[in-house]
Design a protein around this ligand. Structure first.
Ligand code: IPM
Ligand code: MG
Length: 360
């Protein structure tokens, strides 16, 4: 019987994207070779701000149809100082997320071995969270407008759109995820004291469905108070569900508290699996260090582990995580943002070596 092949579309994008995606693909190929149970077939797409500047579009017209032919997407980053950010985002990354309806954005944060976060005495025992971010509507729905530009009566509006189907599916996804974790604890984050329509709606849907998950303990927080709880009582948090914008902000804080934005991974999931899901490090394009060979590839490796997990290759995903943790734990080859001096190449080689040596 021929081996199963996971088809991955690699989209490096802008800035340090190409450096970390090359490293990420190398590591994924090594894992496939080491585990032997599956193959990886990948294709690389040059969809980026450079392409937009050269050709006028971020991807070809049939780009999204092309992506549908893949099992998963590994994305680097989008953002270039020569192009306004909202043009890049809506032309590339948000376009992919929204068109493929990757509505569940999953953002794990954990203090990996050997990494010291800014919170004194806090280890992976206290800081092991997953933030579930609604990824298709809310404050990012793209609904709004700008009229009378340049006049004193100019108006700019972004309307946060919440639909029952959109709210219910992300909350149910979060309940299922919370249920699969040892602590089975889900925190709903909203701002229903001030945002009295959409956020009260979120609270109401949560109340309506939580009875379907009697094994999951729940609590509720306002988003401002949640930032305090993350800093002062990290051990009281496990799985969190929040809107697109609220979770965007909380996940940056979570990444900083777990050591660095450079290691944080994310998955834009299409749980129904009728379209590919997209995995990416959350650090962004980091133009200041582009091309220097010092970008931290660990966020991309961790994203690769999420990709494998989503593709049903749990053993390979676990092996990759062990390799990452071995490298952070040993501390010999840490990138600069984690207090080390290692280059992208050295960190990648260390992880490749750890993959070969892993005997489990
Ligand atoms: C993220 C980023 C993006 C977002 C930006 C670049 C639009 O901050 O992935 O968290 O807000 O979604
Ligand atoms: Mg963000």
């Amino acid at each position: 019987m021929s081996k199963r092949a996971i088809k991955i579309a690699a989209i490096p994008g802008d800035g340090i994207g190409p450096e970390v995606i090359d490293a990420g693909m190398e590591v994924l190929m090594a894992i496939a070779g080491r585990d032997g149970g599956f193959d990886i077939k990948s294709e690389r797409f040059d969809w980026s701000s450079q392409r937009y500047l050269d050709k006028g579009d971020f991807m070809p017209e049939d780009g999204l149809a092309t992506l549908r032919g893949f099992d998963a997407i590994l994305f680097g980053s989008a953002g270039d100082p020569r192009v306004p950010d909202h043009i890049t985002l809506w032309g590339l990354r948000l376009k992919i997320c929204q068109t493929l309806d990757q509505y569940a954005n999953v953002r794990p944060s954990r203090l990996l071995p050997g990494i010291e976060g800014p919170l004194k005495g806090v280890t992976s025992k206290e800081l092991d969270w997953v933030i579930v971010r609604e990824n298709s509507e809310g404050e990012y729905a793209g609904v709004g407008g700008r009229v009378h530009q340049g006049l004193p009566e100019e108006v700019g509006m972004d309307v946060a759109v919440f639909t029952r189907s959109g709210v219910e599916r992300i909350q149910r996804f979060a309940f299922e995820l919370a249920r699969s974790r040892p602590r089975k604890l889900l925190t709903l984050v909203t701002k229903s004291n001030a945002q009295r329509h959409g956020m009260v709606f979120w609270d109401a849907v949560f109340e309506q469905i939580k009875g379907d998950y009697p094994d999951v303990t729940t609590d509720k927080m306002l988003v401002d108070a949640m930032t305090t709880r993350m800093v002062l009582k990290p051990e009281s948090i496990d799985t969190v569900v929040a809107t697109n914008l609220h979770a965007d902000v909380l996940s940056d804080l979570a990444a900083a508290l777990s050591g660095s934005l450079g290691i944080a991974p994310t998955g834009n999931l299409r749980p129904e699996r009728d379209a590919p899901s997209m995995f990416e490090p959350i650090h962004g394009s980091a133009f200041d260090i582009m091309g220097k060979g010092i970008a931290n590839p660990l966020g991309t490796f961790w994203s690769g582990a999420m990709l494998l997990e989503h593709e049903g290759e749990a053993a390979a995903a676990a092996r990759l995580m062990r390799a990452i943790e071995r490298v952070t734990g040993e501390g010999k080859y840490l990138p600069r943002d984690l207090g080390g001096k290692a280059s992208t190449r050295e960190v990648t080689d260390a992880v490749l070596e750890a993959i070969q040596q892993d005997n489990a």
